[in-house]
Design a protein around this ligand. Structure first.
Ligand SMILES: [Ca+2]
Ligand SMILES: [Ca+2]
Length: 220
C-alpha cells in the first residue's frame, strides 16, 4: 500500500502535465496541400506531362477511358493556352473529338494524414463545352461555367464534402451537338486540408517531457 501511494504521488507530475497538455486549446493549423489536381500535372515529377501522353489521374466516363494530355495544336487555340502549371486533357482522338454528350472527368484524392472535415478545393477550370457541375463523392456543388474555353473560370468548394480515405472529384461537362467535335477539360486547382492530429504538437511534447523530469526527480 505504501509503495502504491508512493507510485501515485511520484506519477502525479506526469498526470498533471498530461491533463494540462490535453486541455490546451489546439493551435491554429495552416491548411496544407493534400493534392495538386491540375490536369496534365505529373504529381511524381511536379511538372506538366508532355502532350499526347495519358494523364492517369483523370478517368473519363462513360467508357472508363484514361484522359490524354492535349498537345499545343487545334483546338488549342481557341482553347486557353497550355502552361507550365496545367494542361488540357481530353480524348485520344484527332483534335480530342468526342460525342456530343455529358462526360465525367474524375480524379481521386486520398485524405490519409489529413482531417477530411477541413478539406476544401480552390482553383480554376474550363471546359469544351458547358461546365455542368463539379461533384465531390457524387454530391453536386452546383458550380457551373458557360463553356467559354478561352478563359479559366475561378471556383471554390467549401469544407464538408470529404470523408476519410479516397475521395472522388468529378468535373462534369457537356460537349455541344451536333456530331463529333472537340471536347476537353482544364483544371488548375489544389485540394487543401489541415493535417490530422495524430502527432502531438511541440508544446504538448514539452509539457509531457517536463512532467517526466519532475517525476524522475521526485523518485530519488
Ligand atoms: Ca496529376
Ligand atoms: Ca465541343
Amino acid at each position: 500500500m505504501k509503495n502504491l501511494r508512493k507510485m501515485i504521488v511520484s506519477a502525479m507530475p506526469v498526470i498533471l502535465a498530461f491533463m494540462l497538455a490535453i486541455s490546451l486549446p489546439g493551435q491554429s493549423v495552416e491548411a496544407d496541400t493534400v493534392k495538386n489536381i491540375s490536369t496534365g500535372w505529373d504529381n511524381n515529377t511536379n511538372s506538366v506531362i508532355p502532350g499526347n501522353n495519358p494523364d492517369p489521374d483523370y478517368t473519363i466516363t462513360p467508357g472508363a477511358l484514361v484522359s490524354t494530355v492535349l498537345p499545343e495544336a487545334f483546338p488549342i487555340p481557341p482553347w486557353f493556352a497550355n502552361s507550365a502549371t496545367s494542361k488540357w486533357v481530353g480524348f485520344a482522338t484527332q483534335s480530342s473529338n468526342a460525342d456530343p454528350i455529358v462526360w465525367d472527368f474524375t480524379t481521386t484524392v486520398s485524405m490519409d494524414g489529413f482531417d477530411p472535415s477541413t478539406a476544401t478545393i480552390s482553383g480554376m477550370w474550363s471546359t469544351d463545352n458547358f461546365g455542368v457541375d463539379i461533384l465531390v463523392n457524387n454530391v453536386s456543388t452546383g458550380i457551373t461555367n458557360d463553356g467559354n474555353f478561352g478563359i479559366l473560370h475561378p471556383f471554390n468548394i467549401a469544407a464538408g464534402l470529404f470523408g476519410p480515405g479516397d475521395n472522388q472529384i468529378t468535373f462534369r461537362l457537356e460537349n455541344a451537338p451536333p456530331g463529333l467535335n472537340p471536347a476537353g477539360l482544364r483544371v488548375e486547382a489544389t485540394v487543401e486540408a489541415d493535417r490530422g492530429n495524430m502527432i502531438p504538437e511541440p508544446a504538448t511534447m514539452t509539457l509531457l517531457g517536463f512532467g517526466v523530469l519532475v517525476a524522475m526527480r521526485a523518485r530519488r
